[in-house]
Design a protein around this ligand. Structure first.
Ligand code: SF4
Ligand code: SF4
Length: 216
């Protein structure tokens, strides 16, 4: 039986991309988090789109889950759609300013190239930056979980206009593989921005797959 996802990408190519994503995204996206995030996306999808309509077209729950998984690991730009960066940039309203990313991150990474500008703009950071434990030559913020720059009530960042690049990009994370850099989504079920990005990507993929299904 042809699965809906097979109309978008061949099984072999999907498996290859999935393997690579697990290798390069693994440390950002754990399997338990991905499972929880996919559940959250599925629940939002049921509210947003009529699953009955999908069923009428012969689309199963397994199809829906497979498309969500595809949305986790591919940037839509490979299929002619918007990149993760473009989607995130166009939908900043999906960030609910809940502050979890500033309270729960394991590390706030600072690239060695941004150190000077960061310290020029925020001289008070001088004692708040330490060498990065994992990436030699780079740095990280001291005193996190929570980050000391988050306001306890408003969740606003005290150095918002000159915050580190990694904070600006969240929930996107820049990863490097085979000499190329790309933006992946930090898949966190507790981050509305991340859940909405995967939902939006899934819907774009469903629509494309259904169009192909209907056109035979
Ligand atoms: S990026 Fe996500 S976790 Fe961070 S404040 Fe926005 S919704 Fe919350
Ligand atoms: S520097 Fe600002 S944006 Fe970055 S983690 Fe701290 S409070 Fe959040």
């Amino acid at each position: 039986m042809v699965m809906l996802r097979d109309l978008l990408i061949s099984k072999d190519l999907f498996e290859e991309i999935r393997k690579k994503a697990l290798e390069s995204d693994g440390e950002n996206n754990s399997s338990e988090e991905i499972e929880l995030l996919e559940k959250a996306v599925f629940n939002k999808l049921k509210k947003k789109r009529s699953v009955k309509k999908y069923k009428k077209l012969g689309v199963t729950k397994a199809d829906l889950k497979e498309i969500i998984e595809l949305a986790d690991i591919v940037g839509l730009d490979v299929l002619g759609g918007p990149s993760n960066y473009e989607l995130a940039h166009d939908h900043q309203e999906w960030c609910t300013i809940c502050g979890r990313c500033c309270r729960e991150s394991e590390s706030i990474f600072i690239h060695r190239d941004e150190m000077n500008i960061l310290l020029t703009l925020n001289p008070q950071l001088k004692d708040g930056i330490v060498p990065n434990k994992e990436y030699s030559g780079h740095f990280e913020l001291k005193d996190i979980r929570p980050c000391k720059y988050i306001h306890p009530e408003t969740n606003r960042c005290a150095i918002y206009d000159s915050r580190p690049q990694v904070c600006r990009s969240y929930p996107l994370v820049l990863v490097e593989s085979n000499g190329k850099t790309r933006n992946i989504i930090n898949l966190r079920h507790s981050c509305n921005y991340s859940v909405m990005l995967i939902l939006e990507k899934s819907i774009i993929l469903f629509d494309e797959a259904l169009k192909r299904l209907e056109n035979g």
